[in-house]
Design a protein around this ligand. Structure first.
Ligand SMILES: [Zn+2]
Ligand SMILES: [Zn+2]
Length: 410
């Protein structure tokens, strides 16, 4: 936009978009704007063009030469900085905007939409059945309207888990508060807090060993985030495993050596070497690695916060040190242990250093803790049914197969 002094003053409207007067009459004011030509609001922040008529909106969004979507970070920008410093698609120009659009497009293909429609119909049917079962009276907002965001938007469209939905809704609730942030003032603490919860993205990855089924998404994950990473992805692994990742994966042939690359903010990937038997911190968690018996150098992990301790075997055949360390812990809440092959494939399990249900039974005799949850993982998908039957036949209390996608808490 040209300099403020060049604006046609007759088109400036004095209105405080953050005032309670505006808030109370917002609907009528917006309806009125939809009928009038564009005008300016100067307010106390950056000058804005307000346009409500379809043709004007269309012109502005189509003409990226004259109009930019990026937010000038000058005086009073806070009220438009909805995600408190993080740029989002409607406030981006150029290639970054185009890239995110490209990434979003498949979600709007005819196929995705028809799948979505079926899911939404199912959810709405469920809501209606519930209302019907409740008798002759129902509250349109509580029993229907308010359920739409969670049911249709978050469950069907975004496929969020319950805990993710809760974080989203809490964030959604406080988000409008950013609009009332005065120039130069900090964002309301409840906004910052809700945003921090929502932004708890994966930035720390522990690699137990370099087998493909354990690292398949790692290069693509970093590649995908490359331009937007404000801090490097931290990859925790033993020096041996780091060496193998650098030699076999991030070797400029299979994938670029991300550990040597930077974006506008700095490095995009950083190795954090871990030492066997020595506790290290990942965010609020204490983690310890110990060697297990697999065909390549591999570690099992014990992860704990102040309250809860979880042991994870990673891929292993019969082993000892892992159990020694687990048994030395005063308390363990859950054990995640592999059970890769059915009993009939014990030979292959031995050669590839994995467990069968029968071998797992022997291993569990080395565990001195009682009553903890035991969850089996790493079941080869083609034999899943047989492995589950054989695990059930062991009759070990508290032993279950871990379900993908479910959130466990202890
Ligand atoms: Zn493996
Ligand atoms: Zn594996």
């Amino acid at each position: 936009m040209s300099a403020l002094s060049e604006l046609d003053r007759s088109k400036v409207v004095h209105i405080d978009l953050g005032s309670s007067e505006f808030k109370q009459n917002a609907r009528d004011i917006l309806a009125e704007w939809a009928k009038r030509p564009p005008f300016y609001v100067l307010c106390s922040g950056p000058a804005q063009v307000i346009c409500g008529r379809y043709a004007d909106v269309h012109e502005i969004f189509s003409d990226t030469e004259r109009f930019s979507s990026e937010l000038p970070r000058g005086h009073g920008f806070e009220q438009f900085d909805k995600f408190m410093g993080v740029q989002f698609i409607t406030q981006m120009d150029g290639e970054r905007h185009a890239r995110i659009r490209r990434l979003l497009m498949p979600a709007f293909s005819a196929r995705s939409l028809s799948r979505l429609e079926a899911h939404i119909v199912e959810i709405i049917d469920g809501m209606l059945d519930k209302i019907e079962a409740g008798g002759n009276e129902f509250d349109g907002m509580r029993d229907y309207g308010a359920q739409l965001v969670v049911g249709a938007l978050l469950t069907a469209m975004a496929n969020l888990s319950e805990s993710q939905q809760e974080i989203f809704l809490a964030f959604h609730e406080v988000l409008p508060l950013t609009t009332y942030t005065k120039p130069g003032e900090p964002f309301a603490p409840e906004c910052v807090q809700a945003f921090e919860r929502a932004a708890q993205l994966v930035r720390d990855i522990i690699v137990t060993h370099p087998h493909m089924d354990h690292i398949a998404c790692l290069p693509i994950f970093i590649d995908d985030l490359f331009a937007s990473l404000a801090e490097p992805i931290r990859v925790y692994a033993t020096q041996e495993v780091i060496g193998l990742l650098e030699r076999d994966v991030f070797n400029w042939n299979v994938y670029p050596r991300f550990s040597e690359l930077t974006n506008d903010h700095g490095p995009v990937m950083k190795y954090v070497p871990i030492t066997i038997g020595q506790e290290f911190k990942v965010k609020h968690l204490n983690v310890m690695a110990m060697p297990v018996n697999h065909i390549v150098p591999t570690v099992g992990l014990i992860v704990s916060d102040e309250r809860t301790t979880i042991a994870f075997s990673s891929d292993t055949a019969e082993t000892q040190e892992f159990w020694d360390v687990v048994n030395r812990r005063p308390h363990v809440d859950a054990l995640l242990i592999e059970s890769s092959f059915p009993n009939s494939m014990s030979e292959l399990a031995e050669v590839t250093r994995h467990l069968t249900p029968a071998a797992l039974e022997k291993e569990l005799k080395k565990l001195s803790h009682n009553g903890l949850d035991i969850l089996t993982v790493h079941l080869k998908p083609s034999y899943r049914k047989t492995i589950i039957e054989e695990l059930e036949a062991l009759g070990i209390p508290n032993l279950n197969v871990m379900e993908p996608g479910r959130t466990y808490s202890w």
